[in-house]
Ligand binder design. Structure first.
Ligand code: FAD
Length: 402
């Protein structure tokens, strides 16, 4: 299927062709098996890792492909047109490496980075806690320095963590820092793996850190704060939270692209089906009730594509990134819902993937910041005049994807 991105360069078109060919072999045959629990999503990630797909933007000397964020987005869209959980697991899998790059700790943490970038080990990104979801200032996880050894003692818990129950290496955000930890270390505990309405096969974990001893070099950054004043759900924005929020715009654009990857599949299936299914002696596409639905779906899709493309070209405009996420994830959900409707009864069964698309894509209106939080960010940006500012190339802040 055609890319959602217009004006691809020859190199990017060639990359898309290569990606499509690899996914046909390494992903397409396994999508239904992942859904039904017969194939572990992690095996697919490891196979994709062998093609370099877990480290697109990483330098070759660290096992990556040394390509651009645009190559990453093209890959994300292509994977999501088959399976959203696979792409979520892939992206989360390399988060610890991406953050080590972002914080300039590649050399110190080389031993963790290479296996993650090559997909040999699986990573996870831990931010959300039972009491801290949209409101991250309620985070309780904290690190305390052991003056005798210089190690950092990490205590807390995280829930809804993609790959959380199976990860080898995790990046954990605390009130006072961010740390790369190994799940084999003493004190790491998997509390449970969630069952979900969609994204079947994705390993979503609730995990605990019971006074894990973290070597100082594994801190991406760390500020000492008195444990007495922390750990009580005290509100307030810490350096860790501010640093994290700076990186979220590119992540939100990624989620927008994921949404459109899923929607593209649903739209294509609905359009094809409406032309082949006959009722009342004609294809159902002959009824305006159906064809006008296709018109609405295609129009929403094109509008979302334009907004996402605009946000890709202004990666660090947080207001625009929030708009792209809000709009494309809502529109993708509506498109998948209409696709189920167009297919009628068969759309509600698993004979076609539209019901899976609908269940999977629903997450994107919650994960990575809910619709409501996107609206909060957008209105704040509008009142601050963010949309009036022209971003010059030099203004772009570093992002974890590029
Ligand atoms: C499948 C899946 C994968 C995930 N992967 C990860 C991961 O890898 N790492 C990670 O750290 N987290 C992950 N998450 C967590 C996800 O980011 C959070 O679920 C999300 O940020 C919302 O937090 P919450 O669930 O605690 O909801 P809450 O914050 O409790 O929100 C509940 C409701 O209240 C609304 N609300 C809250 N505050 C406001 C407000 N100020 N104004 C208006 N409405 C408001 C919300 O929009 C929502 O509708 C994942 C979640 C899921 C389901």
């Amino acid at each position: 299927m055609k890319s959602i991105f217009s004006n691809l360069t020859d190199d990017q078109k060639k990359w898309k062709e290569q990606v499509d060919a690899v996914l046909k072999v390494e992903l397409e045959p396994h999508v239904e098996a992942i859904e039904s629990g017969k194939k572990d999503v992690i095996d697919v990630i490891k196979a994709l890792g062998k093609h370099g797909y877990c480290g697109i933007t990483f330098p070759e000397k660290y096992g990556g492909l040394g390509l651009t964020v645009m190559h990453e987005l093209i890959l994300t869209e292509a994977i999501c047109s088959y399976s959203l959980p696979v792409d979520m697991s892939r992206l989360s899998g390399s988060y610890p490496a991406m953050l080590a790059k972002f914080f300039g700790k590649m050399r110190d943490l080389k031993d963790y980075i290479e296996p993650l970038v090559k997909g040999e080990k699986i990573g996870a990104f831990c931010f959300t806690e039972p009491d801290a979801g949209s409101d991250l200032s309620r985070m309780k996880t904290i690190a305390e320095k052991d003056p005798a050894t210089g190690e950092l003692i990490l205590t807390g818990e995280k829930r809804f963590i993609t790959n959380g129950s199976v990860a080898d290496v995790l990046v954990v955000y605390a009130r006072n820092g961010a740390f790369i930890i190994d799940s084999k270390w003493k004190g790491f505990e998997v509390v449970e793996e969630y069952k979900m309405m969609g994204l079947h096969g994705l390993h979503l974990g609730h995990i605990k850190f019971n006074a894990i001893r973290v070597p100082a070099k594994n801190a991406l950054f760390f500020t000492e704060i008195k444990p007495a004043s922390a750990g009580q759900g005290k509100t307030g924005k810490t350096d860790a939270i501010s640093a994290m929020q700076d990186m979220l715009s590119p992540e939100r654009i990624m989620l927008s692209v994921q949404a459109l990857g899923v929607a593209k599949t649903a739209l294509k299936i609905a359009s094809d089906y409406s032309q082949s299914r006959e009722q009342f002696k004609q294809p159902i596409s002959a009824f305006e009730g159906i064809s006008f639905k296709i018109a609405d779906m295609a129009t929403k899709f094109e509008a979302a594509k334009a907004l996402v493309e605009k946000s890709v070209n202004a990666m660090q405009n947080g207001t625009l990134a929030a708009m792209a996420k809000l709009f494309s994830c809502q529109v993708a959900f509506e498109i998948c819902d209409d696709a189920v409707q167009i297919l009628g009864g068969i759309g509600y069964t698993n004979k076609y993937p539209v019901e899976r698309c609908l269940r999977d894509v629903r997450l994107l209106r919650i994960g990575g910041g809910t619709d409501e939080i996107m609206k909060y960010i957008i209105q704040k940006g509008i009142y601050k005049g963010e949309m009036e500012k022209e971003l010059k190339p030099g203004d772009a802040k570093p992002s974890m994807f590029g």
